[in-house]
Ligand binder design. Structure first.
Ligand SMILES: [Zn+2]
Length: 124
């Protein structure tokens, strides 16, 4: 993780928040409580589906916010010409599931090549 990783205290807050979401999820899945016919595997399946959805939503949102922070034009890494940035959807596998990113991409007409402006470098 980068130097800008969240402090341990903030990570504990996020874990506590997610734990509350887990209790809410249980109430959403079984408003009257799970019947005795609901197995541990059934409960695990519900939690796993929710976990993957949280990963998709969180990663997609954070990556989108980074992409939006980029200027509309980025310098070509080869010649330095300012090039218009557009977006290209890309599915990525991440821990705990997958996410759909709207990845910034630019094309340099001078070098006749595409490049992917890094959203990571703006954080430095
Ligand atoms: Zn170029």
């Amino acid at each position: 993780m980068s130097d800008r990783k969240l402090a341990d205290e903030k990570m504990k807050e996020i874990e506590q928040t997610a734990s509350v979401w887990g209790r809410l999820l249980a109430q959403e899945a079984f408003p009257d409580g799970p019947g005795l016919d609901v197995s541990l595997a059934d409960m695990e399946e519900i939690a796993a589906v929710a976990t993957k959805a949280i990963v998709r939503g969180a990663i997609g949102t954070m990556a989108e916010e980074q992409a939006q922070s980029l200027d509309r034009q980025q310098p070509c890494p080869v010649c330095g010409k300012l090039c218009d940035v557009s977006r290209k959807p890309r599915a990525v596998a991440v821990r705990g599931g997958s996410a759909e990113l709207s990845e910034p991409v630019a094309h340099c007409s001078k070098c006749r090549r595409a490049f992917f402006p890094s959203t990571q470098s703006t954080a430095d």
